[in-house]
Design a protein around this ligand. Structure first.
Ligand code: NAI
Length: 398
């Protein structure tokens, strides 16, 4: 029988509990089912579908709106007892099994979304087995590296400040410590590379390829998740390299709007709220902001996990009657996070934090740690330990 151990290197999870991942997916499905059904798209492509925001989007659309889905992700399966692969691998499997039980199509592509080949394989599948057209394309990719499909050159993103270095508080979940971190200012090349990896270029390439292949339905919508944050994290997020990448997505949204005009399509940037994900845990200083923010929002009853947030986005805003847009036309489900009172209380709390109180009841450290653990299948609600062998895990098909 395999033993699943939670292992961390800093704020990066190394271990995985495949059965815990499955339970976490089932919990999210139940959350959606308890909210009932809603009218939404029926044929959806999700790029970056295996964890956090992309997975939650897929679950909401499949189990809330009855959508058939194609999910593209980059994950690894089990090799041996010490290397069981990645959580997203098991999330893909759990999602497909549950969706198929309901009679829904749930096709997984585990491949490099940045390559021309993957785009072509997805297009061929849409044409041959998915009814020929999609009516929603969700772009929810987060990556530190991208190989340019034309030049073959590999680019790495750098999470850095711009202009001046930033010094501030950070936490390490492996050692449960609170310390001061210095974030260097990015060079021009690092800024450009981060835009190349996390900006909107690949989103636009996907939409061009899908349009060219005539697999987009009339009135197609494509969404992409951004983060703007507030004064509390501007120096290292919105005003840093990641902010530049997100601004590039805004620019590419305008290009895609023009591209889709003749089929009445639309590109929609969605400014999503701060949540605990693989990506957000490794952004310097961000976890400190989160443990304070979540405490304030939990007390206000507005704290959300990815599934809660994506439910509000698609059920109530995109396909519901409660959308809120800013003057740039972006959808703003981050309205609860950026609320002035919430931010003032969060700021007050952040300023009180130190190495002795950061993990006390004063903050939502325990909640952040639990949500982080859930991402790899640990500390999952309703989880019941079961015996499973490596061969049984290897036999699971995505
Ligand atoms: P995540 O790390 O949980 O998920 C990223 C997804 O991209 C996974 O499915 C992964 O397999 C896939 N992926 C990565 N590289 C790939 C590749 N080369 N080919 C195919 N798939 C690949 O990320 P998360 O946090 O859900 O982020 C998704 C989006 O949401 C990002 O644009 C992020 O900036 C945005 N966002 C995140 C917020 C947060 O607080 N985490 C807040 C607001 C927006």
């Amino acid at each position: 029988m395999l033993k699943f151990e939670q292992k961390l290197r800093g704020n990066v999870a190394l271990g995985v509990n495949p059965l815990g991942c499955k339970q976490d997916v089932l919990n999210q499905i139940n959350y959606v089912k308890n909210n009932g059904t809603y009218e939404g798209p029926k044929k959806v492509l999700i790029i970056g579908a295996s964890s956090s925001y992309g997975l939650a989007t897929r679950i909401s659309l499949a189990f809330g709106a009855g959508a058939d889905t194609i999910g593209v992700s980059f994950e690894k399966g089990p090799k041996n007892e010490r290397n069981l692969g990645t959580a997203g691998w098991y999330n893909n499997i759990a999602f497909r099994q549950a969706a198929e039980k309901e009679g829904l199509i749930a096709k997984n592509f585990v491949a490099d979304a940045f390559s021309h080949e993957t785009k072509q394989e997805v297009i061929d599948y849409i044409k041959q087995e998915f009814g020929g057209k999609v009516d929603l394309v969700v772009y929810s990719l987060a990556s530190g590296v991208r190989k340019d499909p034309d030049t073959g050159e590999t680019y790495h993103s750098a999470i850095k400040a711009i202009g001046e270095p930033v010094i501030g508080p950070h936490i390490n979940m492996q050692t449960e410590s609170f310390y001061t971190e210095k974030l260097e200012a990015a060079s021009d090349e690092e800024i450009a590379n981060t835009v190349k990896v996390m900006g909107g270029e690949d989103w636009q390439l996907w939409m061009e390829a899908l349009k060219e292949a005539d697999v987009l339905a009339d009135g197609v919508l494509t969404t992409n998740y951004s983060y703007l944050g507030t004064e509390l994290n501007h120096v290292y997020y919105g005003g840093g390299t990641l902010g530049r990448a997100k601004a590039d997505c805004d620019e590419k949204a305008a290009n895609i709007d023009a591209l889709l005009a003749d089929i009445n399509g639309k590109a929609q940037m969605i400014v999503a709220t701060a949540v605990t994900t693989k990506a957000s845990s490794v952004i310097p200083f961000f976890p400190v902001y989160c443990i304070a923010l979540y405490k304030v929002m939990s007390e206000q009853g507005t704290h959300e996990t990815p599934i809660m947030h994506q439910e509000r986005i698609y059920r109530e805003m995109v396909y519901g009657d409660k959308p809120e847009f800013d003057k740039e036309g972006r959808l703003r489900p981050d309205n609860w996070e950026i609320d002035a009172d919430t931010q003032a209380k969060t700021k007050e709390l952040v300023l009180q934090l130190n190495e002795t109180n950061f993990n006390s009841d004063l903050t939502a450290y325990d909640l952040f740690y639990k949500e982080f653990s859930n991402l790899s299948g640990f500390l999952v609600d309703n989880y019941v330990e079961e015996a499973i062998t490596l061969d049984e895990l290897k036999a699971l098909e995505y």
